[in-house]
Structure formats: structure tokens, C-alpha cells
Design a protein around this ligand. Sequence first.
Ligand code: ADP
Length: 251
Amino acid sequence: MNLLEIKRVQRTYHATSSHPVHALKDITFSVPQGEYLAIMGESGAGKSTLLNIIATLEKPTAGQVMLSGRDVSQLGKDQAAKYRRQHLGFVFQHFNLLDSLSNRDNIYLPLVLTKTPVEEMEKRLAPLVKALGIDKIIDRYPSEISGGQQQRIAIARALITHPELLLADEPTGALDSNTSKEILNLFDMVNQQGQSIIMVTHSTAAASYTKRVLFIKDGRIYHELYRGQMSQQEYQQKISDTMMTLTNGGE
Ligand code: ADP
């Protein structure tokens, strides 16, 4: 069974003063366990809408979103919130850490919300601190550390619940290229340890770390690339070429 199945998903927005916007027209794809998938496409293509639907932050107008065999596309608000806490991890472009909490307490927050005992939180934190290299900053505050360090804390916060699926929205969008590489290497490492990841990105460099890229254009899947045996450089070139054809209106 696939980890995630997106079946004939459509999403139409009915803005009051204008015509309906068909943000997603007909999207079908599956994500096996252990996948590392990038979603790319021009601005307005439907990437955020798709990510929000996978995240159960939005409901599709039609179609199904199956995670581990369960249709999560029509969950009510409270059920969806619970589902997100239990099954998904999130990493955002702007880190979204709370400045009033120490880094440690930011990481603990999702477990505090599910009333996890302190010993369990500590047990889960230890390997993350080591893997993400955050031991020296764990008791500082987000405002006292760099953007790259904040993203490490945010990744720890996303992973501490042991999510089935990690969703990342432009995770390197606010970072310089060297720091981006460090963060992408961390994603690569957690993926190699079995973590399934879906990442929305504009960056061909970021996408070149993944195993597969799904290109979205005008609410439909335009193309799909697998890294396979390609070198990272070759893969990035292919991703760039595909983005170029997509942008130039090629069919
Ligand atoms: P992307 O993330 O690829 O830039 P989006 O998913 O944000 O694309 O948007 C896809 C299309 O849906 C765009 O035409 C956008 O204007 C429209 N759209 C997104 N959200 C809304 C909304 N809440 N109301 C109306 N239209 C929306």
C-alpha cells in the first residue's frame, strides 16, 4: 500500500466578484513509503493548494486524499487538527518558531499539545539534537540564532512526533545557498533513515536532492522526473530544462 494516494483531486475557488478559479483540475499521483518528492511549478500553478489539501488544511472540491489507506479529505476541523498532529510534520520557509519559547520548548510544543510525558519528550529529543547538530543552541531562543539554525530547530519540531509524512514548503527559501545545502543535506539524511518527505520548492538546486519531481502547470500534472541513477548535477539539469519548457508554454 502506498503511503499517500491523491486521486482525481480538484479544487475550485469561488471568489465573490469574479469567475471561479480552478486551482487544481485533476491531480492523481501516489507516494510510496520512504519517498522524497519535490513539487515544482510556476507561481499560481496550484502547488500551495495541493500541499494544503495533503495537509488537510483545505478540502478538495472533488477527489480523495488517502494517507495509509484512510481517506482524510473530508475530515471535520477538529479531526483534521488531530490528524495533522498525529501523522504529519511541517517545515515552513519562515521557520514559524515562537519567540517567547526557548528552542527546546519550541521543539517540545507538538508533544506538549498531546500531553506526552517529559521523559518521553527527552528520549525523543536526544537523537534529534545529535543528528541535527543543535546541542549548543537548544537552550537559547529563536531570536538569538541564525536562520539556518532556526530551520534546524523547526525540523526537530517537525520530526519529534515521528510523522508518517514530512511536508516542507520552500524550506530553503529564506536561506543563503551554503545554509540551504546544509539543510538539504539534513533532509537527505532523514529521508535515508526512512522519513517520507514532500517538498514544494522553486529551487532546482533544492529539487535536485529529491528522488522524484512532480511538475504542476495550470492545476494539472505536467511532467514527472525520477532521479534514478542520474548524478545530482545531471538531475538538476533535467529539472531546469523541464522548468524551462514548462515556463515557455511547451506541451
Ligand atoms: P502556487 O502555490 O503554485 O503559486 P496556488 O496554489 O497558491 O499556486 O494558487 C493556484 C491558483 O488558485 C491561483 O490562480 C490562485 O490565485 C488561486 N487561489 C489560491 N488560493 C485562493 C483562494 N483562497 N481564493 C481564490 N483563489 C485562490
